[in-house]
Every structure is written in C-alpha cells, then in structure tokens.
Design a protein around this ligand. Structure first.
Ligand SMILES: Nc1ncnc2c1ncn2[C@@H]1O[C@H](COP(=O)(O)OP(=O)(O)OP(=O)(O)O)[C@@H](O)[C@H]1O
Ligand SMILES: [Mg+2]
Length: 312
C-alpha cells in the first residue's frame, strides 16, 4: 500500500521467511555456518534452536536454495502435537507413497529409498522445522531411523530446528543417546543494536530504495521494543511506514515511532526491554536513555490528560 509512495519494488517488511531478504549478521552467519558444517561433515545430527521470530525458518529456506546437488532433502514443517505417525510425515516429505500403508511398510520403503539414494551418490537429509513440538518419543524414533548405516556412512542426516522448548526437551534423561549424536548445535540469538540498524537498512535496500527512511533514533526505539527480534522489528517497521504514508511523510522519526509504540503498549502488545542483554546493549549506545525519555514523555502526557479530565 505504501510501496509506491516510498518507491519500494516489493513490500520491505513482510512476515514471510523470504530468503531473498536474508541478512547475514553475526548470529545468522554463525547459525548458517553450523548448518553448512553439519551437512558437509556428513555425520550425526544438527540442531538449531532460537527465540520465536529470530529467523530460523528463513535460514532453512536459504539452506534449501543453496543445497549441494547431491543432497536429497525432505522438509517437515507441520509438527503439531497431533503430529502422529512419524513415518507418514517422513514419506510425505520425500514424496514417497504413503496412503493406506502401515508403519512397517513405510519404514521398509524409506529404508530402500535411502539405500537407492546412497547408491546414486546422494545424501538424504531430513530437516524438521518447528521441532519444538516434537515429543521425546518422536525424537527418539528419529534417532533410531537416522542411525542406519551403509558401510561406515550414515544413510540419513537429520537437522532439527526449533524454538527454545526444543532445548528443554533435549535435556530429558531419556534423550541422552540422541544428544550424544548431535555433532553441530547453535542457539540463534536476536540481533544486537548495530545489527538491527544494518538489518533495517538491508531490507529497505533489497526492496529497492537506496535512501533509508528510518532515522537512527527511531531505529533505537524499534530495537528497544523488539529486543532485536527480527519478526517484531518487521512489524514495527511496517507500522511506521504505514503511518508515514497516512501522514504523507517520507521519514520515520523518533516522534512517529514513539506514538506507534505508545499505541501498542496501551493495548499490551509489546513488553519493552524484556531481554537483559538487549538492555545492556542499549545502555551502552544511549538508546535506553531515548526509551526512558519516551516513557517519561508518555507518562507526562497521560498525567496532563488525566488532569484535564479531572478539571472539566
Ligand atoms: N537474518 C534475517 N534476514 C532477513 N529477514 C529475517 C532474518 N531473520 C528473520 N527475518 C525475518 O523475520 C521474520 C521471522 O523470521 P522466521 O519466520 O524465519 O523466524 P523463526 O525463527 O522461524 O520464527 P518461529 O520461531 O515463529 O518459527 C520473517 O519476516 C523473516 O523474513
Ligand atoms: Mg519458523
């Protein structure tokens, strides 16, 4: 809606995990290296955990686009509690026949599939996104399936990606065997302030606008109230651009951001400074001061309004 007003060739701040917008800051670069290392080392299990909205699926999509030729990849993303039959989902992920088949027949079919791929010189990779929804039994089942060898090579490489609950599940004593087979692990943290600035600029540039409409102080506020989580940053940037468009303004200033945040806070939609690491970061850069000022201004405004009301 505001795209042509600013000159964007595509919406810059959608919530899709679009790898075309991938920004490789420190954390995302590390996570990607770990994923690539896990795949290249052709051994064991790779696990990536990370906060909600931190960019895990975006990385997975990027990985899928850049996967070496000799990898046969299956992706499972629907891992809800009703997940049910693991072998059905695995078969679906690799496009294998699964209707009306029982578990044993599906298992045998998948085994044959892996052997055939191995014979062709291909590595079979199963990626499970949203893996925080898997229960311990299913994770253990995955381990057993991924433990099948041909000569000394493993036939299946497993990549699990999920929110922090996955980390908690993996601490269970009955998953020790699984954990011992994890050869590559990384926990993806939110962006730091300097990265958040670059992230916003990056998305604006990819969407075709060389002039960044976001003022630095406005970005500080966005960072402060998102604690560096990319999905929240996107939501706030989208709101800011929509607001500017409505007002016919081309620059997102601290005042605009402050107004948007006040509105969201009033409806309890964002907690500010919930991440102590983000807060420490903000103290160093002075952004915390901007945030405090923002809070003070809002309380002052509120008091004035209340007094006005009381005086009527
Ligand atoms: N490194 C990045 N570069 C560009 N965009 C990113 C990056 N990280 C996250 N985003 C954006 O943030 C939003 C959330 O990302 P994504 O869906 O990948 O998060 P997630 O960690 O998979 O979330 P969930 O925990 O809900 O599964 C998307 O719009 C995505 O494009
Ligand atoms: Mg995701």
């Amino acid at each position: 809606m505001y795209e042509s007003f600013f000159g964007f060739t595509e919406p810059p701040f959608t919530l899709n995990p679009d790898p075309g917008f991938l920004f490789l800051g420190r954390n995302h670069s590390k996570a990607l290296s770990i994923l690539e290392f896990g795949l290249a080392s052709e051994s064991g299990i790779t696990v990536i955990t990370g906060a909600i909205g931190s960019g895990k699926t975006t990385l997975v999509r990027h990985l899928l686009n850049t996967m070496p030729e000799n990898r046969t990849v299956g992706l499972i993303t629907n891992t809800h509690k009703s997940f049910g039959e693991l072998m059905h989902w695995i078969s679906m992920a690799f496009g294998l026949e699964h209707e009306g088949r029982d578990k044993v027949s599906l298992y045998n079919q998948f085994l044959q599939f892996m052997i055939d791929e191995y014979a062709k010189g291909n590595r079979v990779v199963l990626i499970v996104d949203e893996a925080q929804n898997l229960d311990a039994d299913t994770i253990e089942e995955l381990r057993v399936i991924s433990n099948i060898n041909a000569d000394k090579d493993l036939l299946l490489q497993l990549v699990l990606v999920g929110q922090p609950e996955l980390k908690e599940t993996l601490k269970r004593p009955d998953l020790v065997q699984f954990v011992q087979r994890i050869s590559a692990y990384y926990h993806l943290k939110p962006l730091k302030l300097d990265e958040a600035r670059k992230y916003i600029k990056h998305r604006v540039t990819v969407a075709g606008v060389p002039r960044n409409p976001f003022r630095d102080e406005a970005v500080d506020l966005i960072y402060a109230s998102s604690a560096g989580v990319p999905r929240i940053i996107n939501t706030l940037c989208h709101l800011a651009l929509t607001y500017c468009f409505g007002e016919g303004r081309k620059t997102v200033t601290v005042d605009i951001m402050s107004e948007i945040l006040a509105d969201r806070e009033e409806h309890g939609l964002f907690g500010i400074g919930s991440d102590p690491n983000a807060e420490a970061d903000l103290e160093k850069t002075g952004a915390m001061e901007v945030l405090r000022q923002h809070h003070m201004d809002r309380s002052k405004e509120k008091r004035l309004k209340e007094n006005e009301f009381a005086g009527e």
